[in-house]
Design a binder for this molecule. Structure first.
Ligand code: 6PG
Length: 250
């Protein structure tokens, strides 16, 4: 059962779930709803996915619930990636291949992983070129339809970590970051790209996230990167389990 709360504005919604299956179903319906709108508006749908441990079952549910027509007109990007080969156990793209790509009919030309180059910086440069190939070299920032975000226990999201120089990037679409509190150098979308998305959907589970969820959604603590990683003109939706929402008064 979800308890919903429209906090502050229509563009920011919080939904709390005590049933994991209903949380996954809500995510799937958000994806399908935005995809259908994008296909009607433009004939294609762009989604950028985060990694980590939480989203796997949510992505797997997409692979059985979303129609072939939507998949064939969808383009999959990455919100962030670890600087490892896609075959590495810690690769976010590797997880997405296992949970979605090998289970659905989507053409290679619609798949846009972060390239694994010699350095994380070179990967970020190549990834931005790939993004510009699809969204256009002249546009200031890409308008990605649907972003899937997670939340780290330190308040990071994507691979935008507290105190990182990547937080101050105002021009580039993707940059390298070197977290002190997590493994691997990273490649991440920047705040301007995240803020330009039509829909940003957070999937947050676990007691270890509860304090940060309160600091972000109630206190608006700007020191935490996730507080700034919201859609500027579109929707930002927080799907929380009971544990992650434990300090919210809904
Ligand atoms: C990554 C993710 C990262 C993740 C958070 C939460 O590459 O690790 O993109 O931003 O969303 O760290 O991770 P969990 O879902 O594993 O808690």
């Amino acid at each position: 059962m979800a308890r919903k709360s429209n906090s502050k504005s229509e563009n920011k919604k919080i939904a709390v779930f005590d049933d994991p299956a209903k949380m996954i179903e809500a995510f799937v319906q958000l994806w399908i709803g935005r995809a259908r709108k994008a296909l009607i508006d433009r004939g294609n749908f762009s989604a950028a996915l985060s990694g980590g441990k939480t989203p796997g079952p949510f992505y797997h549910a997409l692979s059985t619930a979303v129609t072939e027509t939507i998949w064939q007109n969808s383009h999959l990007y990455m919100v962030d990636e670890r600087h490892v080969p896609h075959s590495h156990a810690d690769s976010n793209w590797g997880m997405i291949q296992r949970e979605i790509i090998r289970n659905v009919s989507i053409s290679e030309g619609n798949l846009h992983p972060v390239p694994f180059a010699k350095t994380a910086e070179e990967s970020a440069v190549q990834y931005e070129k790939e993004l510009r190939r699809f969204f256009g070299r002249s546009c200031k920032f890409p308008a990605i339809d649907f972003l899937v975000m997670g939340l780290g226990p330190d308040g990071h999201t994507a691979s935008l970590f507290p105190g990182s120089p990547a937080l101050y990037e105002k021009v580039r679409w993707s940059v390298a970051s070197r977290p002190e509190t997590a493994p691997h150098s990273r490649i991440t979308l920047t705040f301007p790209v995240i803020q330009n998305a039509a829909e940003v959907v957070y999937i947050i589970k676990g007691k270890d996230k509860a304090v940060r969820v309160k600091e972000i959604l109630v206190d608006g603590n700007e020191y935490l990167p996730a507080t700034r990683a919201q859609s500027r003109d579109g929707k930002t939706i927080y799907l929380l389990d009971q544990d992650a929402a434990g300090l919210l008064e809904l």
